[in-house]
Write a protein that binds this ligand. Structure first.
Ligand code: UDP
Length: 375
């Protein structure tokens, strides 16, 4: 009946389904949740505001192919994401940049520090905080200490339960100090929000007669992996299987659980035009939550606060972030080795590959996987 089975309808699953279907393959998509789109899913709340149920997802990319591909399925709302940090009640731009420098230091000192940063790192460059802290220059070290203590330390403790230097350095490098006057969170060539929302975009991506989506369907109840063979509802399935869920869950946690961070969200409504001056305010020295998003800025209107905690694997929890370190990757690789015993099985996505993918990166990966399958 089907040429391919795809487990999960988030970025990875939906894009692969789309490409295979376009090439004439019959594709079955099994989705555990009651909706498509994975954690990009958005919906209108009771006040008519488009909210991101699983936290803010801002699209940005330098990859022209990814942008062109998605643009077939959505128009874009021209949105440049800006983030402020609430530091003891003062709101300063993040990533820390030259505008932030002038808010933190008095003018004469800021002038001197700016010249030094530009002559050391070049205007327009981006310097990860852990690198800036290694500077031999006392004054640059001083800026680094300010940024570390006021922007990274508490936020990272809340988000990861560990200090910035204890987590993989690629994570804090996502938000480098910027030697420029650009307050935007991302500097990619293309950025914006799907004009009618992510859910609508995913509906369009999956709208192909060759694609059958089954919602509320736990793939584990239908697919069996045994002795290098795959069975769908008891019958051997020899087509491609793309699994985008947790690799540990796929193999019944046989080597133990892969650690993740999960999030709690609190959604609130205020009868005011704006609650905060930008789409996201990070609470980098105070509060138990990490950030507040006012969705109104992203496309329309609303507020929420976001808490991070360790994922325990309980049924009501969703794993959001893989915790990248040597030990966890070694555990992941054991599951990847198990998966490799199934020649037609591919693990793709944030969960299945145990990776910190941005939307554009997973779309690019999904396009590549689909091409490989079709080759
Ligand atoms: N981070 C921080 N303070 C900030 C912003 C980011 O300490 O104000 C650190 C934190 O460790 C975070 C990481 O940088 O997890 C990456 O931030 P990003 O905004 O990319 O996280 P995401 O939006 O993917 O949760």
């Amino acid at each position: 009946m089907f040429d391919s089975i795809i487990v999960g309808s988030g970025c990875a699953g939906a894009v692969i389904a789309n490409r295979l279907a376009a090439a004439g393959k019959k594709v079955l998509v099994l989705e555990k949740r009651s909706h498509i789109g994975g954690n990009c899913y958005d919906e209108y709340d009771e006040n008519g505001i488009l909210i991101h149920t699983y936290g803010p997802h801002i699209f940005h990319t330098n990859n022209g192919q990814v942008y062109e591909y998605l643009s077939q399925y959505t128009k874009w709302f021209d949105y440049s994401h800006e983030v402020l940090a609430n530091v003891y009640g003062t709101l300063i731009p993040v990533p820390f940049n030259l505008n932030t420098l002038y808010m933190v230091y008095e003018k004469e000192k800021a002038d001197r520090l700016k010249d030094k940063l530009i002559s050391t790192y070049k205007e327009g460059s981006k310097v990860p905080i852990l690198e800036l802290m290694n500077s031999d220059d006392e004054e640059i070290k001083d800026i680094a200490d300010y940024v570390y203590n006021n922007i990274f330390l508490k936020y990272t403790m809340k988000q990861w339960g560990q200090k910035p230097e204890e987590i993989d350095s690629s994570v804090t490098a996502r938000v480098p100090v910027s030697i420029s006057y650009d307050n935007r969170y991302f500097t990619d060539k293309y950025q914006g929000m799907p004009l009618d929302g992510y859910t609508k975009m995913f509906e369009n991506i999956l709208a192909d007669n060759n694609i059958t989506v089954k919602l509320n369907t736990d793939a584990k109840e239908h697919i069996l992996f045994e002795g290098g063979k795959v069975y769908y509802n008891g019958t051997e399935f020899t087509g491609d299987v793309i699994f985008t869920g947790q690799a540990d869950e796929l193999f019944d946690y046989c080597y133990g659980r892969l650690p993740y961070r999960t999030l709690d969200f609190v959604f609130e409504n205020y009868k005011t035009e704006h609650f905060q001056p930008k789409g996201v305010v990070n609470y980098t020295v105070s509060e138990d939550y990490t950030r507040i998003t006012e969705f109104k800025y992203l496309t329309n209107q609303k507020d929420d606060s976001q808490y991070s905690k360790a994922y325990t694997g309980s049924d009501d929890e969703i794993p959001y972030y893989a915790i990248i370190n040597e030990e966890n990757l070694a555990l992941y690789n054991r599951y990847a080795d198990l998966a490799a015993k199934y020649p037609k099985l591919k693990l793709v996505g944030r969960l299945a590959e145990y990776k910190y993918y941005n939307i554009d990166a997973i779309v690019a990966k999904a396009l590549q996987v689909a091409e490989e399958i079709l080759a």
